[in-house]
Design a binder for this molecule. Sequence first.
Ligand SMILES: *Cc1c(COP(=O)(O)O)cnc(C)c1O
Length: 301
Amino acid sequence: MFELDNPTSLQQISLPIFSENKVEVLMKREDLIDSEISGNKWRKLKYNLLEAQDQGYSTILTFGGAYSNHIAATAAACKRYGFKSIGIIRGDELNAQSNTTLEQAAANGMDLQFISRAAYQNRSDVTWLQTLTKKHEAFIVPEGGTNALALRGVQELVDEITVDFDTILCPVGTGGTFSGIVNGIKDHQRAIGISSLKGAKYLEDLIGELTTASSSWELIHDYHFGGYAKFDSHLIKFINQFYLETQIPLDPIYTGKMMYGLIDMLKKGKIPSSSRLICVHTGGLQGIIGFNQLHNDLLKI
Ligand SMILES: *Cc1c(COP(=O)(O)O)cnc(C)c1O
């Protein structure tokens, strides 16, 4: 279970803005790990599913929103590796036909349970989680998959990078992926996280708690475009243009904002020249279909 035949590739991105600023940009293509168990979600699920198996559980229960990449990945991974899966979904107005993410999760055998947004707020409540564990005899993976086991999986992506580098960038939601990367880098390297959430200043403390390494890191809060899943015409234009020039698809929630942020920081002189940068493409491409259904096929990918 969960072996990667080949570490995902590092792809050099050649854009004029990079050569003008004398930076070398390599993208770690985690989006290519698997079409369904994508990117960072694969990394985060790996040790969770192994632990569930060790503890003798045959059901995984987790939480997510209507378009969640984590729900999509968990459903697919559970199907592939022989677990039953239960997804507690935020929004009691939804059903398994509401969008392709939920449709696909249901098709992968996930038992979708829709709850009100108010009830969903209890997703970290210990007593409720204990009740759910007992009721479903399930191993619980938190929303977004972020816990210590997830960080261990993410750290492996850093270990796979065989070239030296100065800076590594990744998008940030719950902060789990970024924390795993911070744990994996060496003393002379630094990590930059681009937050997809508006004003999520609690993330600094949370990442401080989650990380065990003393590596240098920084979160950037300037490229959320109004908040989680918010966007504007500049972001859409950028993602479409990036795809035309590189043939690499970016998603509008995470990786699009990361690459937009990187290029803007370069233009503003915030990235030292002569550096080698690694951008982690965390995947999330399944969300493009749902995004285009909601927003008139804005993304030409
Ligand atoms: C979930 C997700 C993230 C955010 O990861 P966290 O560990 O929650 O910070 C980033 N990129 C993509 C594509 C994702 O699906």
